[in-house]
Design a protein around this ligand. Structure first.
Ligand code: NAD
Length: 474
């Protein structure tokens, strides 16, 4: 049975209303209770069993059919981009609605589907051998609060294209909107005659639920998109796991760069969705001879140059102590520059989109991954010191780094030294996601385990298929 677009819109309006009343849309017990979300279970064991059954249904279906489901997921994502953006910002308090709409459009249009799966063949006197890419089965996928629905939808497209079903573990602080995206993916399947429960989750995601997923016999691959804690957890699970972990991407600017353009690109990249993407510029390393010029143009591009006292106040606002440990204040993560400045008593207009200051490489607002539009600028003597400092600031995450330069030797030297999954040259960081750059999109960048920008082929097992002494017609 398929549900009409109008019914989905009604349900979503219901969700929005309930969220504004502070009610959980999935467990609201009042008269206005929305329809049950498809693929969302009370109990994790039931969710996993349903995903296992759905995978058994989808595996024998032709690739063409998987593609039909994916086409519908893309269509529905485009139709609901604004809604997911609004709900995401509302539920998490983080990010920028306009940018989140763009991120959903990017996921819908540039996440690879079944075309990503390829075959390797050997043909000769002894027959024909193929390496085919087959599904793992049921995948357990942990999603972050920073790109909640973007990750659910992007992973769904890639993982389903590869023939898997997925048990998601959304971030608890983004559970409502994430579960709504899971519902949308299942409806996209059932509308074209596919199974329901291709992707599932529970009403109340929690660490204990994730632990069950990580140890469950019916889950054969784990994919963690998040901070160091969850990546370490999945890598210690004893299962095959992919870790798409944290970064602290430096952007290096040398004296040969087009400085006004570099300034504009850096500010555009660092302010995209309020600096939430893990690939976004998190600090600037600039050669001394152009550092002031760069900062001048960054101010022209909408940056507020904070003075020493304001920077000290920002440190107090951005970090909190919990159990004797310095932690990021979640009330500051993904907030706009205007809002952050407001927290320290500085009032600015909407034209201000980023905060800049000069600092040492050990400065807490530079050395930590903040996910806020705050950019510290570290001055260095020359390109060699710039490379050394940037490598140090990247902290061995091997995630992302960026550079502005017209010197091919400097670009090459930095690329080799930093050794990251992503290295954008002369553009904003989001070019790496295919947004203003060539290539496909993903929101799961497996930096720690080496797959890099993941797509359907990464969610497959390699299978050698051998026909002896026949089918070679050479
Ligand atoms: P987070 O680590 O707080 O949470 C991510 C997910 O992991 C959530 O679902 C959370 O519930 C779960 N989780 C956290 N610790 C866990 C543990 N010990 N065991 C089991 N589950 C656990 O991250 P966040 O704040 O939502 O997202 C931001 C972080 O994720 C940043 O560090 C960012 O760089 C990183 N990130 C990386 C990528 C990538 O593709 N490499 C993409 C997005 C975000």
């Amino acid at each position: 049975m398929s549900i009409s677009e109008q019914e989905i819109q009604d349900m979503v309006q219901n969700v929005l209303q309930n969220m504004s009343k502070g009610e959980n849309p999935t467990i609201n017990k009042t008269e206005t209770k929305p329809k049950k979300l498809m693929g969302i279970f009370e109990n994790i064991e039931d969710a996993i069993a349903a995903a296992k059954a759905a995978q058994k249904e989808i595996q024998p279906m032709p690739l063409e059919f998987r593609e039909k489901i994916i086409v519908n997921i893309r269509k529905k994502t485009l139709e609901n981009a604004k809604l997911f953006a609004e709900l995401g910002v509302k539920e998490t308090g983080m990010g920028n609605i306009g940018h989140k709409i763009l991120k959903h459009q990017l996921v819908a249009e540039k996440t690879p589907g079944t075309e990503d799966l390829t075959t390797i063949a050997w043909s000769g006197d002894r027959g024909l051998t193929l390496i085919e890419q087959g599904p793992y089965g049921v995948i357990g996928a942990v999603c972050p609060s920073t790109n909640p629905t973007e990750t659910v939808i992007c992973n769904s497209i890639g993982m389903l294209a590869a023939g898997n079903s997925v048990v998601f573990a959304p971030h608890p602080s983004a559970k409502n909107v994430s579960n709504l995206a899971i519902d949308m993916v299942n409806r996209a399947s059932t509308e074209v005659g596919g199974p329901q429960n291709l992707v599932v989750a529970v009403e109340e995601p929690a660490m204990e639920v994730s632990k069950i997923i990580f140890g469950h016999k019916d889950i054969s691959l784990l994919v963690a998109t998040g901070g160091p804690g969850v990546v370490t957890s999945v890598l210690s699970s004893g299962k095959r796991a992919m870790g798409a972990g944290a970064g602290n991407p430096p952007v290096l600017v040398d004296e040969t760069a087009n400085i006004p353009k570099a300034a504009e690109d850096i500010v555009n990249g660092a302010t995209f969705d309020n600096n939430l993407p893990c690939i976004a510029e998190k600090e600037v390393v600039a050669v001394k001879s152009i550092a002031d010029e760069l900062m001048y143009y960054m101010e022209q591009a909408g940056c507020y140059h904070a003075n020493e006292e304001e920077v000290a106040n920002l440190i107090s606002a951005v970090f909190i102590e919990k159990n004797g440990k310095k932690m990021l204040n979640r009330q500051c993560v993904g907030r706009s520059a205007k809002m952050l400045l407001n927290k320290i008593g500085v009032t600015v207009g909407d034209e201000i989109r980023c905060i800049i200051f000069k600092g040492e490489k050990t400065h807490p607002l530079i050395a930590e991954e903040l996910m806020m539009p705050i950019l510290g600028i570290v001055e260095v003597r020359d390109i060699d010191e710039g490379i050394e400092v940037s490598v140090e600031l990247e902290q061995g995450n091997r995630h992302s780094a960026h550079m502005h330069s017209t010197n091919v030797n400097n670009l090459t030297k930095f690329g080799k030294a930093i050794d990251t999954a992503i290295f954008v040259k002369n553009g904003p960081s989001y070019a790496a996601l295919g947004f203003g750059g060539e290539g496909y999109a993903t929101f799961t960048i497996a930096s720690r385990t080496g797959e890099g920008l993941t797509s359907a082929k990464n969610f497959t097992k390699s299978r050698r298929c051998v026909m002896c002494d026949a089918l070679s017609i050479r």
